[in-house]
Design a protein around this ligand. Sequence first.
Ligand code: TRP
Ligand code: ZN
Length: 875
Amino acid sequence: MSQPNVIYLKDYQVPAFLIDHTQLHFELMTDYTQVSATLTMRRNPESTEPSADLFLHGDKELTLLSLQIDGEQLSSSSFQRDDNGLTLYNLLDAFSLKIVTQIYPDKNTALEGLYRSGGMFCTQCEAEGFRRITFFQDRPDVMSVFDTTLSADKALYPVLLSNGNLVDSGDSAKGRHFASWHDPHPKPAYLFALVAGDLAHIEASFTTMSGKEISLKVFADAKDLDKLDYAMQSLKKSMRWDEQVYGREYDLEVFNIVAVDFFNMGAMENKGLNIFNTSCVLAHPETTTDASFQRVEAIVAHEYFHNWSGNRVTCRDWFQLSLKEGFTVFRDSQFSADMNSSTVKRIEDVRLLRTAQFSEDAGPMAHAIRPASFIEISNFYTMTVYEKGAEVVRMLHTFLGAEKFREGSDLYFSRHDGQAVTTDDFISAMQDVSGRDFSQFKNWYNQAGTPVLTVTDEYDAQLQCYQIHISQYCPATPGQTEKLPYHLPFCLGLLDENGSDIELAEGESSLLELTETSQTFVFHNIAVKPVPSLLRGFSAPVKLEYAYSREQLVFLISHDADGFNRWEASQKLAAEIILELVDKLINGEELSLDPCLVEAYRAVISDENLDKAMITQVITLPSEQYLAQLCTEVDVSNIHRARQFVRQQLAAALESEFLAAYQGARQAAGRYDPSAQSIAKRSLQNLSLGYLMALNKESHLTLARRQYDTADNMTDSMAALALVVHSQFTQVAEDLLSNFYLKWQEDTLVINQWFSVQASDPKAGTLAKVQQLMKHPAFDFVNPNKVRSLVASFCMQNPINFHAEDGSGYLFLADQIIALDKTNPQLAARLIGPLSKWSSYAKVRQSQIREQLNRILGSGELSADVYEVVTKSLA
Ligand code: TRP
Ligand code: ZN
């Protein structure tokens, strides 16, 4: 097999040519599409090679019909085609290049470029999909003004959309019609989009801060018309918020969103024409859970915010991906924090970071948020680039404060409007407004791995002096053994014996700046030995080690003024207790639960000053995935057993509290609404029901059944369904599952939830069920949402079954990856994740996993996507 090329950041060169204008004409036919591209080109004055040839990217599946320069057909000796594109020789300094290609959207199962989803044509061009449409300099530093004309059958495709503003439309011969769109803002090809289909829409208008009226539309299949309001509301909130918090105004006459069923990721920020996975835009109380409502709000905001952070100012090359993604995730998390509860949002973000990003950073695919090399850029749309990237921006915000940070972002946007830039340019703007030196801070962009901070302290009663020593260290990652120390903000508080924050002496700050491997900070006038509340708000994406006693953790859970750290203390306490029980299980000792956890939980549940959202967070046990993170050798089944034991013990000791919390929330429930407050109520209600169900009592089963039968919203009915399906009451589970299917069989997204509830069942025998469900008529191997709801749910949300002793889970996943690589390489590569972390498991499992990775590698011609992840995982 020919090995795919490695691309290096250090090899970056400016493009030899620029494309000032791109005119596209799409003739959309039933079984093919003809694309005519007219490119207005000139040599790049900044290129150091004044007589360079022109290289245009182009997929090997493109059918080239014609190639003309300034109206003349090119002779075969003046260009050459290979698997990656076209090279044109002996060019003038400026010319017009016309390319006609033919493509086959119906055969496109990879969902990159132009494809059909349901009956509609749509595109996905990020990162390198445009080269599957036509030959082009498909790199983000080539920015062009696009004019696009679509032509299609009017009855089948009444709606024709592209980027920018509509400038012309009308009927043509043979029942066809056309629409022409002009996008005045120069953009890279990855932001190009088109949609053609029979779509319904809702409409609204938004008046910008300078008084411009924008027409907003959200499009979807007619059957989903009643599920679009929430996305529209979220869009309006996002537009207003970006004006108020970042001073960013929208810049076209229209903003369109389209929902599609077949989509590799969540959504895409194409200029003026965002395209969304239906799962990230459709929302209705009866079919959508609270978690999905919040996801819709966050993703609509995320894609909208890209209009500035990504589109107006874009990336020079794909190594800079975190420039737009890290910053935009930071922006959408600020937005969600403002719209809902900021503490809960922070907890959720950190939970995700710690389970998914920390493990990526500790595995064979570990990479810096600005990687130095890659084989396939699609593999770098990662937790690291997105979530850790957002944490890095957040640290700058913490250093500068909201006001200076805003000055910095204003400078960044004005200085680089219309340009393709680098993460260094972003840092420079922040330095220039603040006069600070962030050169050491850039280590965050270049080094992979999660730093570990070790904290010790001492108190001198005589001197009334408290000292804290912090040392930092970052473990080696592939290709990076030596790490330089990081510059990071460390927020802390010191609690006195009543749990109040001690006021710090003049000149002393609760925001410490770490720059060295080891540092000491001294606090004066401290009258009693304080309990430190460390890394408040999770001020840096690090692991923290400090030898808290259980008493101190219990104290922090009930007193810390920082809500995040109250949760953090509860997680630390629970994790320590569960992992101690794991050791006991391994040594065959008898289990008992430390009563301090019960008492801490009891105090939290009955704390009238705590809001329900916080109570829910604090009394949620750490996940098995997070607990696995904390182990040097992961013992999947004993983690599961120990955690189950703790759940049951808590449920038994606090049964009446959970029952009261459950019933209280049920009684308080009014009509469904997705506000943070009602979500909090339902989350406490369903968490309580979960604890009760752990007791395996008929009376609690009755509660769950009643909730399922009477629920007027998907959150409550799905929570009840999941608890029953995952319980020992298998007959009732079967009844509810078939009832649910009959009720919702027409709704794809709901049936996806039905799949994933079954795939995540921790009971034995789930793999066989999943294999059975893959033959279900509602399953479709070519639809990524279906694959995620069944295959990914099993492999990622069901550790106990996925890591079955006989290796059947690994074998199953490898089979799916091999099959999927032939239809959808991006999706196939994403599924390798659960196999790449083999080194943290016991020897037997390690060799079972490696055997499957080797089997994938030997299975024949692989995509670059799968090849990269599998070879790096085996290295
Ligand atoms: N830029 C998209 C975002 O907002 C990510 C994305 C959507 C994507 N579809 C994709 C990336 C397909 C790679 C391939 O985060
Ligand atoms: Zn994004």
